[in-house]
Design a protein around this ligand. Structure first.
Ligand SMILES: [Zn+2]
Length: 287
């Protein structure tokens, strides 16, 4: 399956600016959409222009590269903005494209799982009424993704929590759902009855009492990786009122159901270090 993906606008003809800057942020998340889809076996072309002097050049660059590539689908990655109070996710498709509608619905559903509303207030998958260039001139199934409003504080707070990777994972899951595929980056967990990554995400949220909890999606993304590194240092340099080392030892014994449990003694000895390595491999799906 061939797809073309682009970041919306460019620094020559910038997009919207609110609490955050559209071009700056779409340039963070669209590359993760590409790397995710490549990992899933798609043949993906990045059709983002560098810098153009007009919006017309910006739009035609992506569309003509997409058409030349013989793409099966096209995704233009944006961020929405309006009046500061509008919020939620929109995915636009050409009004006479049933495949575009289906792809838009799949992506909007996945993005809404992050907490961005996709129902009511004219949100979610939407038929374009403005005659948007990219939807009229691409020859394949095409959508314009506006995951959230960059001038709405609630939306931006969710974005800060889930990160560019979280947005990209949701879009990827939408594409996979559209094609009736399951993500392979989750498939390693299927050899176990336990999703170790998800169990770790729960453990992290509980033990740290963090105000920025991880999404319990079982996906080893950048935030989960950094959470694991946090836990590792809390366990190894165990000098806080919370006995992080002991909590981790309990977590390890419980989640692995190991026949040779480690001592729950709050001492970061060799067995505990070994357990940290084991958990790291399990949550990364490297076993
Ligand atoms: Zn835009």
């Amino acid at each position: 399956m061939k797809g073309s993906i682009r970041g919306g606008h460019n620094y020559g003809v910038p997009g919207a600016i609110g609490i955050i800057d559209e071009v700056k942020e779409d340039r963070k998340y669209y590359p993760f959409v590409i790397s995710n889809l490549v990992r899933e076996g798609f043949n993906i072309k990045d059709v983002t222009p560098n810098r153009t002097s007009t919006t017309g050049q910006d739009l035609s660059y992506g569309v003509s590269k997409c058409n030349d590539f013989g793409s099966d689908f096209f995704i233009s990655c944006h961020l929405n903005s309006y009046n500061g109070s509008a919020r939620g996710c929109e995915v636009l498709y050409h009004k006479s494209s049933s495949s575009g509608k289906k792809l838009a619905e799949c992506i909007a559903t996945e993005i809404s799982k992050l907490g961005f509303p996709s129902r009511g207030d004219n949100r979610g998958a939407k038929a374009d009424t403005r005659g948007l260039y990219e939807l009229r001139h691409t020859k394949c199934t095409a959508v314009i993704v506006e995951p959230f409003f960059l001038d709405n504080l609630q939306d931006v707070e969710i974005y800060r929590r889930v990160g560019a990777q979280g947005i990209a994972n949701a879009i990827t899951n939408g594409v996979l759902k559209y094609y009736g595929k399951n993500p392979t980056y989750n498939s390693k967990k299927s050899t176990y009855s336990v999703n170790y990554c998800k169990e770790f995400q729960k453990f992290y949220n509980t033990v740290t009492q963090t105000r920025a909890p991880l999404i319990k999606d079982g996906i080893f993304g950048l935030r989960t990786e950094s959470a694991f590194n946090t836990i590792k240092s809390l366990v190894l340099y165990n000098q806080y009122p919370t006995p992080y080392c002991k909590e981790f030892q309990k977590f390890y014994n419980t989640v692995t159901q190991t026949g040779s449990p480690i001592a729950e003694d709050n001492i970061a000895g060799n067995n505990t270090k070994q357990a940290l390595n084991t958990i790291e491999k399990l949550i990364k799906g490297e076993y």
